[in-house]
Write a protein that binds this ligand. Structure first.
Ligand code: ATP
Length: 251
């Protein structure tokens, strides 16, 4: 299977805080890969780095064989970052579904979906994509003219996923899609994610604190502690791993 995303030895810091230290990972085309780790371990920072929103101290990131971010020290040893802008990274085929859903609360569902298609010029194509989102998430169709703040947490999460899909990405990055939601709602959302992966062949990179759901839904998994990858394996093997069971599955 061909490699779609390659993260090669990246480090990111916030002042003196080393949020990521020499992290290397890869995601193959068509897979669901998860990253699990406790609060503050660096998961969100990694996703921001992939979409060009945090400068790298070391390493580089490639998508479909092309470099999208790299660390660079051009002048007087001063740290300088070189990355494509987030808009360009999105247009290459990566879409981020941010933590806490970050929907535009004062906009309607429809307006939020329009925002997701910001770089699509063809109005007919935008309308078609919205209709297919309403077919896939019927609750969004029913609420299309409602302000997003009136939706439940689960509905907002679905809208955040639908908004990301409006750019017809090859890969989606999901930051804690289960956060703060009831177990049945989480199961529903994970079912949708698996369907999108299989049916539309969208590669998924999933960051979750809910390790059990994430490992069950994925084929490969990585474990992050204090900004470092400490374990990586097939998700089925991680589910059976004693250390993972004790630290992340509450056993
Ligand atoms: P969470 O599950 O809470 O989102 P996380 O695993 O995503 O956690 P990050 O948010 O990436 O972790 O944070 C990694 C480390 O970097 C933490 O120590 C955090 O306090 C620190 N950090 C994150 N963002 C900033 C920032 N903008 N400025 C300073 N420190 C930050």
């Amino acid at each position: 299977m061909s490699e779609l995303l390659n993260i090669n030895d990246i480090s990111v810091s916030y002042g003196n805080i080393k949020a990521l230290q020499n992290v290397s990972m890869h995601v193959n085309q068509g897979d669901i890969v998860c990253l699990i780790g406790a609060n503050g371990s660096g998961k969100s920072t990694l996703l921001k780095a992939i979409v060009g929103q945090e400068p790298l101290d070391t390493g580089s990131i490639t998508f479909d064989g092309e470099e999208i971010c790299q660390a660079k020290y051009p002048l007087e040893g001063k740290k300088k970052h070189k990355a494509l802008t987030t808009d360009i990274i999105v247009s290459r085929g990566i879409a981020l579904v941010p933590e806490g859903r970050r929907v535009f609360a004062d906009m309607t569902v429809e307006e939020n979906l329009d925002m997701g298609a910001f770089m699509v010029r063809d109005d007919k194509l935008i309308a078609e994509r919205k209709e297919s989102m309403y077919d896939f998430f019927p609750i969004l169709g029913a609420r299309r003219r409602q302000k997003t703040r009136s939706l439940s947490g689960g509905e907002q999460q679905m809208m955040a996923i639908a908004r990301a899909l409006m750019s017809a990405p090859r890969m989606i990055l999901l930051d804690e899609p289960g956060l703060g939601l009831a177990p049945l709602v989480i199961a529903d959302i994970f079912g949708k994610i698996e369907f999108i992966n299989k049916q539309d062949n969208v590669t998924v990179f999933l960051v979750e604190q809910n390790a059990r759901m994430a490992l069950k839904a994925s084929t490969e998994g990585y474990v992050m502690e204090n900004g470092r990858i400490v374990l990586s394996d097939k998700s089925s093997a991680l589910l059976a791993n004693e250390k993972v069971r004790a630290a992340y599955l509450g056993e």
